[in-house]
Design a binder for this molecule. Structure first.
Ligand SMILES: [Zn+2]
Length: 267
């Protein structure tokens, strides 16, 4: 099995969106009325797994529309909180095409959660064989604020109900192929139904921790993301990532937006 870590552009956010702050500001993560010195650029990651069953894509990064008309793509409200940047050739689709892979060659797209920087590029993969997210996330995303529903309009998304697995803060998730090679681990808190992905690499594990924490510092210092829908769940999920990252058989724990995790291929 091979895992490619891709950076599909970057996003400029308030530091309080990445690292929760105590502030007299009611919502510092919005970045509104906060100075430029509080803003930071972080990468937006996606992952391509070369699995015996086919290509698996985890999250879809920014769509090319971020380059062309991001006010329209994100809407003014979201775009007032964050800005995307997608250099030419850096969308997931463009990067895959440069490897000779087309969207219909993808056997499975996994959406760890449905925030815009994870599903913006989804329309490019509507002809993938399957697209899967958590049922809990799907319901929350279609009901609540903080999501851009046009990003999955007309796309056939399948959902799974997290069930008993031997891993995770709640021991809930999905053994994707029933063989223990990939677990989707229910790690809620930042969003209602976010999952992390455990990938078995020979004898060891690679943990793709999505936005449970924004970087390694998050679980080293137990700093929650700025946005949480359930603080106690977010703490449990972050604690689990922290514990898992210390295991001897964990070769790497990667947060989606960690600038220190460079694009690379892991064997
Ligand atoms: Zn994110």
């Amino acid at each position: 099995m091979k895992v490619h870590i891709l950076h599909t552009g970057r996003v400029r956010i308030d530091q309080a969106l990445a690292y929760k702050e105590k502030s007299i500001h009611p919502a510092p993560y919005t970045g509104w009325f906060r100075g430029n010195e509080k803003k930071m650029w972080v990468p937006v990651s996606s992952y391509l797994i070369e699995h015996p069953t086919g290509y698996i894509l985890i999250d879809t990064g920014w769509h090319e529309q971020i380059r062309e008309n991001q006010k329209k793509h994100l809407g003014r409200f979201s775009n007032s909180m964050y800005t995307g940047d997608l250099p030419n050739g850096q969308s997931v689709l463009e990067q895959l095409r440069s490897k000779g892979i087309q969207s219909h060659d993808i056997s499975l797209v996994l959406l760890t959660h449905l925030h815009s920087d994870h599903v913006s590029g989804l329309q490019n993969f509507k002809d993938a064989k399957r697209i899967l997210t958590s049922d809990i996330e799907w319901k929350a995303a279609n009901r609540k604020m903080g999501y851009i529903k046009s990003m999955w309009e007309g796309i056939p998304i399948e959902t799974f109900i997290p069930s008993a697995i031997p891993h995770g803060p709640f021991k809930l998730g999905l053994d994707l192929f029933g063989d223990g090679s990939i677990y989707l681990v229910h790690t809620p808190g930042h969003s209602a139904g976010m999952f992390s992905v455990m990938v078995k690499m020979k004898e060891d594990w690679l943990l793709l921790a999505s936005d449970v924490g924004y970087s390694k510092k998050s679980w080293q210092k137990m700093i929650l993301p700025g946005v949480t829908v359930n603080k106690s769940d977010a703490e449990k999920s972050l604690q689990w990532v922290r514990d898992f990252s210390k295991r001897k058989d964990c070769i790497l724990t990667a947060a989606n937006h960690d600038p220190l995790i460079r694009p690379q291929t892991i064997f």
